[in-house]
Ligand binder design. Structure first.
Ligand SMILES: *Cc1c(COP(=O)(O)O)cnc(C)c1O
Length: 345
């Protein structure tokens, strides 16, 4: 890996971050807070939240088995994605390399930050080839984007190829594990010690059932986390979200139960789906959704909407011609989808 300073934008490396009232105070004894121009009434909403979400990070560190200083928390993982660009990539100069197809936000954030986005197509099995990714890099490539299990394809990407990318690339490698909780493959966060250029993304939006509270995580070296913390909005995770996330994490057993049910439902749903006349192919999945090629994605998508069932039409995405991405719902919801499709033509 190149020295982190060389991978970081000069203005960010030099940045003196905003210092909030709660940043500057760090004792335990105080009980009169006259430092932040808050209203003394309307407890507890009157107070600014902890800018570094320390209590929540302590719990996440236990659950995820990473150091507290290796955790960044943001307003969804989308915040962490955007921060990767804002911290590391110089607009008009630097570029990033990403697998294709994949999650759309990597490209949107590249466009917003005016950074060149280079796509490398996955193979016929939707898997990656390290050499191809590396060949697309040059001295201005700051980040390689990998998503595993990948969205919208659903599959885990080959761990040996990912390891080769981590070993050979001199810049940063982001592995988005938004669906990692559904996968039996070991998380890459256990390899942070081996790869200082590794950034892992995680979220409470999927397995944890908390898309509404907007809580995303990044796990990385302490140095990288410090850079993210410098650039983020001071109070980027609000009090209610911190509280709810902490409450959820008191009882991670519930999440494991949900995951088990959803994985069972997934195989039931896929088996039934494959029997449908409109089904051409279901791709292997390690996530709480599956990608299916159907006879006519546009027609079926529209037909399902009329029945009040919404799936994701991915037919315009490269390599996903006539493909629908279908999230696993409750047993009843899945049955409603199947019933509607059985009625087709
Ligand atoms: C859903 C999803 C996310 C989650 O984003 P949040 O902002 O945390 O809700 C991140 N990455 C991928 C690949 C996803 O599919």
């Amino acid at each position: 890996m190149k020295p982190l300073e060389q991978l970081t934008r000069k203005n960010i490396w030099k940045l003196k971050p905003y210092s909030s009232a709660r940043d500057e105070y760090s004792g335990h004894e105080a009980h009169v807070f006259l430092d932040a121009n808050e209203n003394p009434y309307n407890t507890p909403y009157n107070r600014y939240p902890d800018p570094l979400q320390r209590e929540l990070k302590k719990r996440i560190a236990q659950i995820k088995e990473v150091g507290q200083q290796q955790i960044f928390l943001g307003n969804g993982s989308d915040e962490a994605i955007d921060l990767c660009y804002r911290v590391f990539t110089e607009p008009h100069v630097d570029n990033v390399v990403a697998i294709e197809p994949t999650y759309g936000m990597y490209k949107v954030c590249a466009d917003i930050n005016d950074v060149e986005y280079r796509r490398v197509l996955l193979d016929d099995n939707f898997d990656i080839n390290a050499q191809q990714l590396l060949q697309r890099t040059d001295k201005h490539t700051k980040i390689i984007w990998i998503c595993s299990p990948n969205n919208p394809t659903g599959n885990n990407l080959d761990a040996n190829e990912i390891e080769m990318v981590l070993q050979s690339f001199q810049g940063l490698v982001v592995i988005d594990e938004a669906y990692g909780d559904f996968s039996s493959q070991k998380s890459w966060r256990y390899r942070l010690k081996d790869f200082p250029n590794l950034i892992i993304l995680n979220t409470m939006s999927k397995a944890w059932g908390c898309a509404g509270i907007r809580l995303g995580m990044a796990f990385a070296s302490e140095e990288i986390v410090r850079l993210f913390n410098k650039v983020k909005y001071p109070y980027n995770v609000n009090q209610l979200s911190q509280q709810k996330a902490l409450e959820m994490m008191k009882d991670p057993f519930k999440v494991r139960e949900w995951v088990n049910i959803l994985l069972q439902e997934r195989s039931r749903l896929i088996n039934a789906f494959m029997q449908l006349p409109c089904c051409v192919k279901v791709y292997p999945t390690d996530a709480n959704f599956f990608l299916a090629q159907v006879s006519d994605a546009n027609d079926i998508y529209q037909y399902l909407i009329e029945k009040g069932v919404v799936v994701r039409n991915r037919t315009k995405v490269q390599l996903c011609n006539n493909c629908l991405r279908i999230t696993v719902g409750t047993r009843n919801e899945n049955n409603e989808l199947l019933a509607a499709l059985r009625q087709l033509q």
